[in-house]
Design a protein around this ligand. Structure first.
Ligand code: H79
Length: 430
C-alpha cells in the first residue's frame, strides 16, 4: 500500500477511493427552500426559531425519487456520493432520536436517508455521509462568530447557559445513529470551515469543542473500513480543499497526501435558483481531469431543488460529463499523475504503463511530446480508438525542412484538422 502523509497505518485501506477518483456531493436541507447561499441563516442573521418557523413546515420534496437521483448519478459516471445528513442549520435528514428537528416531522414525513442510500447502493455507487460539526440550531451550541445570532447581544449572553459538553453527547449520538442504522458507510465527511476560524467577533471552534477524538473513535469502531476526511482537525484524514484547484499534486513532509477537490457548479452548495456563474460542462470535465492529473479525487456538487428534483441545468451538465466519461473512463478511473513533462494546454493522467494526454485546447495540427519517444509503441484517440500518426527524431533530417527539428527523445503527433466531437479529446499513449 502506498504511503500518504495524512493516512496513518491504523487507518483502513483507502485503495477504493484512489481507484474511484470521481464522486458526487449532494447538498440538501431546509436551506434548499431558501434557494440562495446555503449560509443565509448566518449571513442574514436569522434566529433559529424564526428559521424553523419559516422553513420547517415547508419542507416537502414530494417529487423526490431516490432511484432517479441514483440513476442520474450513475449516468454521470460518479463512483461514490457524499450526502448532507445535517448541514450547519442543524436539520436532520434522517429519523434521528436525538432531535425533533428532523425530516420525519416535516410534511414530507419520510426518512429520506433510508430511501436514498439503498437506491445508490443498488446501482453500485458507494456511500459517503456529510455531517456538520457546526450546529446553529442546537440550544447548547455556543454562539460564536459564525453563528446567526452573533450580533444579538442577549443571545450571546445566553452562552453562559450553553454547555458544549451536552452538544458533544448530541453529535456523538447522531453520528452513532448514522453509523449503526443505515448499513455500510464507506466514507464520513465531517464539515467545519477550517480556513475561517477567526471570522467575526470571536474565534470559531475546533477539535476540542466537538471532541474530535471521540467522534473519530466512534467512526473507527462502528465502521472499521470507513474512510474519513480531515476536518476533525486531528492531523489525519483525506484533505478536502473547497472550490480550489491546487497547482500540483498535494504533498506534506515530502510525502503525497490523500486529497479530494470539492467543487460546485455555480459557487454555492445548496439549490441556488438565481445563480449566474454556472460552469460549463467543458470546464467541469477539465476540472475533473486536472484533479486526477494531480493525484486527487473530484467531488462535484449538486443542490437538488425543494421539490426533490435535480435542476435541469445540473442534469444537463451531469449528462455531458457522463457522455464524456463513457468514452474516457480508462483515462480517469484508477489513474493518477504522470512524471512526463506535459505539453502546453494539456494534462497527463497515467495508469501503470498507459498514458493519457488530455488536450484542453485543440492545437494547430501538432503536439510536441517531450522526453517520451523511448516509451511509445502506439498512439490513438481514446474516444473512437483510431490511430494517430507521430514522428520522432530523425538524424538525417534536413534543417531547412518546414517541420520543426525534433529533439532526440521527443515526439510530434499529428492530429486531424477537424477536432473530434468530444468535450476534451484524449490520446491514449502505450
Ligand atoms: O457545505 C459546503 C459549505 O456550506 C461549507 N462546506 C462546503 C462543503 C462551507 N463552510 N464554510 N465554507 C464553506 C467556507 C466558509 C465561508 C465563509 Fe462565509 C466565509 C463563512 C463565513 C464567511 C460564505 C461567505 C459563507 C458566508 C459568507
Amino acid at each position: 500500500m502506498k504511503t500518504f502523509q495524512n493516512w496513518p497505518d491504523h487507518y483502513p485501506d483507502p485503495s477504493w477511493f484512489i481507484h474511484d477518483r470521481f464522486g458526487l456531493f449532494i447538498h440538501f436541507g431546509l436551506f434548499s427552500i431558501g434557494a440562495r447561499h446555503e449560509w443565509f441563516m448566518t449571513t442574514e442573521e436569522i434566529a433559529p426559531e424564526t428559521y424553523r418557523e419559516t422553513y420547517f413546515d415547508q419542507f416537502n420534496p414530494n417529487l423526490f425519487d431516490a432511484a432517479v437521483w441514483a440513476q442520474t448519478a450513475k449516468d454521470c459516471g460518479v463512483q461514490y456520493i457524499v450526502f448532507t445528513t445535517k448541514h450547519h442549520e442543524g436539520f436532520a435528514l434522517w429519523d434521528s432520536e436525538w432531535t425533533d428537528y428532523k425530516v420525519t416531522n416535516t410534511p414530507f414525513k419520510r426518512d429520506l436517508l433510508a430511501e436514498l442510500l439503498p437506491a445508490f447502493r443498488d446501482v453500485g455507487i458507494k456511500i459517503g455521509l456529510y455531517h456538520s460539526l457546526i450546529d446553529w440550531y442546537h440550544p447548547h451550541f455556543t454562539i460564536d462568530g459564525l453563528h446567526p445570532q452573533r450580533s444579538d447581544l442577549a443571545a450571546r449572553e445566553s452562552n453562559s447557559q450553553r454547555d458544549m459538553l451536552i452538544y458533544q453527547d448530541f453529535i456523538a449520538g447522531q453520528v452513532t445513529e448514522l453509523l449503526t442504522q443505515y448499513g455500510r458507510i464507506d466514507y464520513m465527511w465531517f464539515d467545519f470551515p477550517y480556513s475561517h476560524r477567526d471570522w467575526g467577533w470571536s474565534k470559531g471552534k475546533g477539535a476540542e469543542d466537538w471532541d474530535s477524538s471521540r467522534l473519530e473513535k466512534i467512526c473507527r469502531t462502528l465502521q472499521p473500513d470507513m474512510l474519513i476526511n480531515d476536518r476533525l482537525e486531528l492531523g489525519r484524514g483525506i484533505t478536502t480543499p473547497e472550490q480550489f484547484q491546487p497547482e500540483k499534486p498535494l504533498e506534506k513532509d515530502g510525502l503525497p497526501v490523500l486529497w479530494e477537490a470539492c467543487q460546485t457548479m455555480y459557487g454555492t452548495w445548496g439549490y441556488d435558483r438565481d445563480a449566474l456563474e454556472w460552469k460549463s460542462s467543458d470546464m467541469l470535465v477539465k476540472m475533473l481531469i486536472d484533479t486526477v492529473s494531480k493525484g486527487g479525487n473530484f467531488l462535484l456538487n449538486i443542490g437538488p431543488n425543494p421539490r426533490g428534483e435535480i435542476d435541469p441545468r445540473a442534469v444537463k451538465r451531469m449528462q455531458a460529463i457522463g457522455a464524456w466519461i463513457r468514452l474516457h473512463k480508462e483515462a480517469i478511473i484508477d489513474c493518477g499523475p504522470s512524471k512526463y513533462p506535459v505539453p502546453k494546454d494539456c494534462r497527463y493522467t497515467q495508469n501503470g504503463k498507459k498514458l493519457y494526454l488530455h488536450v484542453y485546447s485543440y492545437p494547430f495540427k501538432h503536439i510536441h511530446l517531450p522526453e517520451i519517444a523511448d516509451q511509445v509503441r502506439f498512439i490513438r484517440f481514446l474516444h473512437d480508438g483510431s490511430e494517430i500518426f507521430y514522428r520522432g527524431f530523425d538524424p538525417n533530417e534536413v534543417i531547412t525542412s518546414t517541420e520543426a527539428v525534433i529533439a532526440p527523445n521527443d515526439l510530434v503527433v499529428t492530429l486531424p484538422v477537424v477536432p473530434p466531437n468530444v468535450l476534451i479529446p484524449v490520446l491514449e499513449i502505450t
